[in-house]
Design a protein around this ligand. Structure first.
Ligand code: CP3
Length: 352
């Protein structure tokens, strides 16, 4: 990123947006809000566009990526856009057989079982994801002052899909490999960290204003195992971005016991699920901002409940260096889009 001149600093630019400012712990006029999984999922206009197009095909088409990324910005007036893609897109792009099965999630054709499989995980080149570069450039131009958040899956969460072959509740095979073949585990995660870093750098080079590293399933590990088996690899991803002056967000679910560690591997903002109050989280993440943490099921509750939860979260978020309002995990597919629009309006009203 090029340095801003003072004059540019006063014009409307993503770097001056409430979202970027809150990530940096700077004062804001009102609390910024966006939703994990805001692109796609609950929107009828998304479903109409996706009709007959497989998820990974949609993720490879700049026109679709651009339109789907913009849909929630137009409809809800959120303070940031999140790039429409998936954590398995880089794997697909390097030719590893992967499919996203509707209602299930990523399914791996030939899961990783041994040393020989590592050769299938070559590093990602920008040309492999030319459609990402093209879509990010178009989006940055269309979005104007609204920031675009790029993202990638963290080594542990991506490894869990590669080893299990698909979604898992217990991560049995993943943990068996981690405990039983630590050298293979670390070699696998080192390759995934390189791929993740390359994927993020492509999005940043094309103009993303922030990035989020999703380690959605890291909460399945004890703090000790997280430190030993996961932290070095996630740290390598953030270290690879140390020259890039944009906010870096790090998120996982069920991570009450890992909040310190998730920040310390190199994030500016720690994503918090609904299980930990933001004031408690703020006290543990040091000089970092927090993002969260409305329970996504509250969007199905009566308006008075939603209203009260938003007020509570905004009040608790004041304890943090900066607060970006979000859900504690992604938008659920059957969420009423109007509940999301209402949430944006209420967050803005109560925080200004
Ligand atoms: O946040 C956004 O709106 C941007 C798009 C986005 C998608 N996936 C699109 C998607 C993002 C940020 C992701 C990240 C992702 N993908 C994560 C980390 C975030 C999290 O929720 O914890 C994970 C674990 C995945 C893997 C994955 N891909 C899952 C578990 C699923 C859901 C399966 C289902 O249908 O319930 C997917 C599919 C997926 N990724 C969809 C979308 C819009 C649904 C596919 C469809 O519409 O056909």
């Amino acid at each position: 990123m090029t340095a801003m001149t003072p004059a540019e600093g006063r014009t409307a630019a993503p770097a001056d947006s409430a979202f970027v400012r809150a990530c940096r712990g700077l004062p804001v006029d009102r609390t910024p809000v966006w939703f994990m999984r805001q692109a796609g999922r609950s929107l009828p206009e998304y479903r109409a566009l996706r009709e007959g197009v497989a998820m990974l095909d949609a993720c490879s088409r700049p026109d679709m990526i651009t339109e789907i990324t913009l849909q929630p910005v137009r409809r809800h007036g959120v303070d940031a856009a999140v790039f429409f893609s998936d954590i398995v897109v880089p794997l697909h792009a390097i030719g590893l057989g992967v499919e996203i099965v509707p209602g299930t999630g990523p399914v791996i054709e030939k899961p990783i079982t041994g040393e020989a499989d590592l050769d299938r995980l070559r590093d990602l080149a920008p040309e492999d994801v030319w459609y990402v570069t093209e879509a990010v450039r178009t989006l940055v131009a269309e979005l104007g002052a609204t920031p675009l958040i790029g993202f990638a899956g963290a080594p542990f969460t991506v490894a869990s899909y590669l080893i299990e072959g698909g979604p898992s509740r217990t991560y049995t095979k993943t943990k068996a490999l981690m405990y039983g073949r630590p050298e293979l585990w670390h070699a696998l995660c080192a390759r995934l960290a390189a791929i993740t870093l390359s994927f993020l750098r492509v999005q940043i080079a094309a103009g993303a204003s922030a990035i989020q590293l999703f380690d959605s399933w890291a909460g399945a590990l004890s703090a000790r195992d997280y430190e030993r088996f996961v932290a070095p690899h996630s740290r390598a991803v953030f270290a690879g971005l140390s020259d890039v002056d944009i906010p870096k967000i790090h998120f996982g679910v069920g991570t009450s016991h890992l909040l310190e560690a998730i920040g310390e591997v190199g994030a500016d903002v720690v994503g918090v699920d609904w299980r930990t109050p933001l004031d408690a989280a703020a006290a543990r993440v040091g000089d970092r901002s927090v993002q969260g943490n409305l329970d996504p099921t509250v969007l199905f509750a009566p308006v008075e409940v939603l209203d009260a939860e938003i007020r509570r979260i905004l009040a608790e978020g004041k304890a943090a260096r900066g607060h970006v309002f979000n859900l504690g995990h992604g938008v659920m597919p059957d969420t009423d889009p109007d509940a999301l629009t209402r949430t944006v309006a209420l967050v803005h009203e109560y925080s200004s």
